[in-house]
Design a protein around this ligand. Structure first.
Ligand SMILES: [Zn+2]
Length: 241
């Protein structure tokens, strides 16, 4: 279901100052309130992001406009695409995957929100290793068990690649060509940050509208928010808001 105005404002308020994975969970909860938070936290990242792409489509439409910087010359580049362009398959939650590399065998699962929340915010490379190690169910070489944290980098890199193949929706890369220097480079698109920025702008606009109508007509916040958007817009036009 698509959350209504009051529910969305509540999500915005609860997510203020919270880390990105918590904001993602609040948004998910507003779409599938029948699922408990614990279960949603175990959705893999591709599954989570697919739900948020659908939510973005329902709330703000299928067209996306955003800005990125050229990785070669630093020039800002405008990007326009459709949500449909970046919908790709996502992995299955609760499933184990397998990688074999350099004599090591690894059983692993896909990362979920609990893994992102468990990261302690160190260097990106360290965080990546920590995340991958958390997702290793067991690893062995020559019939000996190996602790996930002691796996060689090459093995964890192979696990990371396999995760990407198993859950393509978890990392959306846009192909960006720079009009200034003509270089073509991939730019990651993070639906959680993007949607939150849009939600923030929308919420501030809603509160401005409430402020204007409450000041002029003395209506309560709840009454203004309950109002059909067309009628609200008509009143705002009357008062020049
Ligand atoms: Zn450039």
């Amino acid at each position: 279901m698509t959350p209504n105005t009051t529910e969305l404002l509540k999500v915005w308020e609860q997510g203020a100052g919270q880390p990105i994975p918590i904001r993602a969970l609040l948004l998910m909860r507003s779409v599938v309130p029948e699922q408990d938070g614990e279960a949603l936290a175990h959705w893999n990242i591709g599954q989570r992001d697919r739900l948020l792409l659908n939510l973005r489509d329902a709330l703000f439409g299928p067209e996306v406009h955003c800005l990125t910087d050229c990785t070669n010359c630093g020039e800002p580049i405008e990007l326009d695409f459709r949500i449909d362009d970046i919908r790709v398959p996502h992995g299955e939650s609760g499933r184990a995957y397998h990688a074999a590399v350099e004599g090591y065998e690894v059983r692993f699962r896909l990362p979920d929100s609990t893994d992102l929340l468990a990261l302690d915010g160190g260097q990106p490379a360290q965080a990546e290793r920590q995340l991958l190690a958390r997702c290793v169910l067991y690893a062995w070489t020559k019939d000996c068990d190996v602790e996930a944290a002691t796996l060689p980098d090459a093995v964890l890199t192979a696990v990371s690649r396999k995760m990407g193949e198993a859950d393509p929706q978890a990392e959306v890369l846009l192909e960006v060509s720079c009009p200034a220097c003509s270089s073509v480079s991939p730019a990651p698109f993070d639906i959680v940050s993007h949607l939150w920025t849009e939600l923030d702008a929308w919420a501030r606009r809603m509160l401005r509208e409430v402020h204007t109508l409450a000041t002029v007509y003395g209506w309560s916040e709840a009454a203004v928010l309950r109002m059909n958007p067309v009628r609200r817009r008509a009143y705002l036009d009357l008062v020049g808001g």
